[in-house]
Design a protein around this ligand. Structure first.
Ligand SMILES: *Cc1c(COP(=O)(O)O)cnc(C)c1O
Length: 367
């Protein structure tokens, strides 16, 4: 049997007629940049998240970049974030000329550790941007409490967490602004690139809409330096189709995760946990073991694809050498980078595939 790490062709096949109709509709209307499909998707996605407004972008990175602009963050400012995430969280901070300030992660959830947050705040701190990593919500309440007390806005990077819940409430509703990605491999993925900001503030929504369109709220009148960050009409149409399936896809991911929990409980692997009060959408199912490279080779030889999220924490990346961090600064993140292994998990995965992956792990003797 073969179990690919991810099965995008299977996902597209499962809804192909609906996608064909949506794309065809957009070809008829020729509304290729923003347009009614994007406006309808923004409306639907705001309702899904539970915010008053949603503004569509051409990527999650663009959305987070504009979040920094909306908070007027710039050179000399600091934004506190996690070193253990996809690099784009820190791009948003770097793009506006501000400095990412890292705080180590919590061993159990791999998310920013709230107990380390307050000591990282300086007079230059302008915002806190944690990530709901792998689809598991970060510990919102203690972070919000510190932000409220210190007068700092919290921005959620929810790029991996469409529909995750914290204390029963959807992520994306806690921060002043929340960024989502619709990269094809995300839980909700476009047929191309896409992203969004969710927010309650009408003023932020208005300004975000202008910044993504060259800084113009009136065509050819540019209030501030903006970007071409528009969502494409075809992606809006595709995302409307896919959003209608998201709840079922999330349920399937959660079922597979629970099956892995059962099947892998007796192995030496450290399994992902769901914190009390948290409901993960299992964007990824990440297990941990110091022998993960050997295990990875073993699985590959048995036709099972795996991935690493992430092999090098951001404070040790060459592009951020100028920040002055070094090895040993964030030991929990550094250890996670050494022993994390992402197993296949996607809605189209069959029970027999899940069982095959677990059986292949069971055959590994080189712990
Ligand atoms: C995917 C991702 C992004 C960026 O989204 P793109 O749409 O790929 O630009 C940002 N943050 C995190 C945590 C992500 O996983």
């Amino acid at each position: 049997m073969k179990v690919p790490y991810f099965d995008l062709p299977g996902n597209i096949r499962s809804i192909r007629p609906e996608l064909d109709a949506a794309i065809s509709r957009t070809l008829d209307s020729c509304a290729f940049c923003l347009g009614p499909e994007v406006a309808q998707f923004e409306h639907d996605f705001a309702a899904f998240v539970g915010t008053r407004h949603c503004v569509g972008f051409n990527s999650g990175t663009s959305a987070l970049h504009v979040a920094m602009r909306l908070l007027d963050i710039g050179p000399g400012d600091e934004v506190i974030t996690t070193p253990f995430t996809f690099v784009a969280t820190s791009w948003a901070i770097a793009y506006v000329g501000a400095r990412p300030v890292y705080v180590d992660i919590d061993e159990k959830t791999m998310n920013l550790d709230p107990s380390l947050l307050e000591r990282a705040i300086t007079p230059r701190t302008k915002a806190v941007m944690p990530v709901h990593l792998y689809g598991h919500p970060f510990d919102v309440d203690p972070i919000l409490e510190i932000c409220a007390r210190r007068g700092l806005p919290m921005v959620e990077d929810a790029a991996q967490a469409h529909g995750s819940r914290y204390k029963g409430r959807s992520v994306g509703t806690f921060g002043v602004l929340s960024g989502f990605s619709f990269y094809p491999a995300k839980n909700l993925g476009a047929c191309g690139e896409g992203g969004a900001l969710a927010m309650d503030s009408a003023e932020h929504a208005r300004r975000a809409g202008a910044l993504r369109e060259h800084g113009a709220s009136n065509r050819y009148y540019h209030d501030e330096v903006g970007y071409n960050y528009r969502m494409e009409g075809i992606q809006g149409a595709v995302l409307r189709v896919k959003l209608a399936h998201l709840a079922a896809w999330t349920a399937a991911r959660r079922r597979i995760a629970h099956r892995y929990h059962e099947l892998l409980a007796q192995t030496p692997l450290v399994l992902p946990i769901e914190a009390p009060n948290a409901e993960s959408v299992y964007h990824l199912y990440v297990v941990r073991h110091p022998r993960r490279d050997k295990l990875r080779d073993h699985l590959l030889a048995r036709g099972v694809g795996t991935a690493l999220h992430y092999p090098l924490p951001l404070h040790l990346q060459k592009c951020f050498a100028g920040l002055g961090y070094g090895s040993g600064d964030f030991p929990i993140a550094e250890r996670a980078a050494r022993d994390c292994l992402s197993l296949p998990i996607y809605p189209e995965m069959s029970d027999s595939q899940t069982e095959y992956v677990a059986a292949a792990i069971g055959e590994f003797k080189d712990w």
